[in-house]
Design a protein around this ligand. Structure first.
Ligand SMILES: *[C@@H]1O[C@H](CO)[C@@H](O)[C@H](O)[C@H]1NC(C)=O
Ligand SMILES: *[C@@H]1O[C@H](CO)[C@@H](O)[C@H](O)[C@H]1NC(C)=O
Ligand SMILES: *[C@@H]1O[C@H](CO)[C@@H](O)[C@H](O)[C@H]1NC(C)=O
Length: 229
């Protein structure tokens, strides 16, 4: 096998042109100055790397996608029945979305100490600017609920709106009065007393009671039947 080695002689021509700086500015520091501004400072390019007179600097920056930095706006809550509440809101303002809003979480809690429940609403890209409404169902009658809404991107959840309190509507009681007792007080009178319906079963403010009296007539039959043929 033959190995071929070729040596090329190349001629260089040296031309001196104004060049770009060959080094970057030094000790760049970035400081957050408010929720919506940052300050950037730096030392000059070192003299040897300037390759001429530096005429200016260009600061490149890019907002990275993140979770929303604000809550949905104009949240309204209203009871639609004794067991449901309607919740509506406007989107997070565009500057505070920090990405595509993927959906909302409505969290609610029966006061004073119910469990916190979260309802998720996914939205599409086309719905970014729409006012949204959800109905919370299966709630307790005549109960205060505290309700908040937050928006999320794929990076996480934004802050929730300030909790708003609304009371579900009243309904008829779901339990009877307790410990009913009846005493005969005379040949023509009886007295009846009872304890209230238990608080959880009242479902509203009790306005009164209705007593049902049934007259039971007992007829004694004492006529004898003749058994003879
Ligand atoms: C919302 O989207 C998530 C992720 O795609 C999915 O797991 C979830 O079931 C959806 N929820 C509803 C209520 O559609
Ligand atoms: C709801 O809260 C308000 C204000 O604290 C209170 O006056 C009202 O009685 C509460 N409603 C119920 C059903 O507990
Ligand atoms: C019925 O009589 C009992 C015994 O005297 C008494 O304790 C109770 O309060 C009476 N109930 C009514 C409804 O009068």
């Amino acid at each position: 096998m033959l190995l071929k080695c070729v040596i090329l002689d190349v001629l260089f021509t040296l031309v001196i042109l104004p060049l770009e700086p060959t080094g970057a500015p030094q000790t760049v520091t970035v400081r957050v100055t408010s929720s919506r501004s940052i300050s950037v400072s730096w030392d000059p390019v070192i003299v040897d790397d300037r390759n001429g007179i530096v005429k200016g600097y260009k600061v490149n920056y890019q907002a990275l996608p993140n979770e929303p930095s604000n809550a949905p706006q104009a949240v309204t809550v209203s009871a639609t029945s004794s067991r449901s509440i309607s919740v509506s809101w406007d989107p997070v303002v565009a500057d505070d979305r920090n990405g595509i809003i993927r959906g909302y979480i409505v969290s609610y809690q029966a006061l004073p100490n119910g469990h916190l429940v979260a309802k998720i609403l996914n939205i599409t890209n086309e719905e970014q600017n729409n006012r949204q409404t959800v109905t919370l169902a299966g709630l307790n009658e005549f109960t205060n609920y505290s309700i908040g809404v937050l928006a999320f991107t794929i990076f996480g959840n934004g802050p929730a709106s300030v909790g708003q309190v609304v009371e579900t509507l009243e309904d008829k009681p779901s339990g009877a009065p307790q410990a009913v007792t009846v005493n005969v007080t005379s040949s023509r009178g009886i007295s009846v007393s009872w304890d209230p319906v238990v608080a959880d079963d009242r479902n509203g403010i009790i306005k009164g009671y209705i007593l049902h009296l049934a007259l039971r007539i007992i007829v004694f039959k004492n006529r004898r039947r003749n058994k003879g043929n």
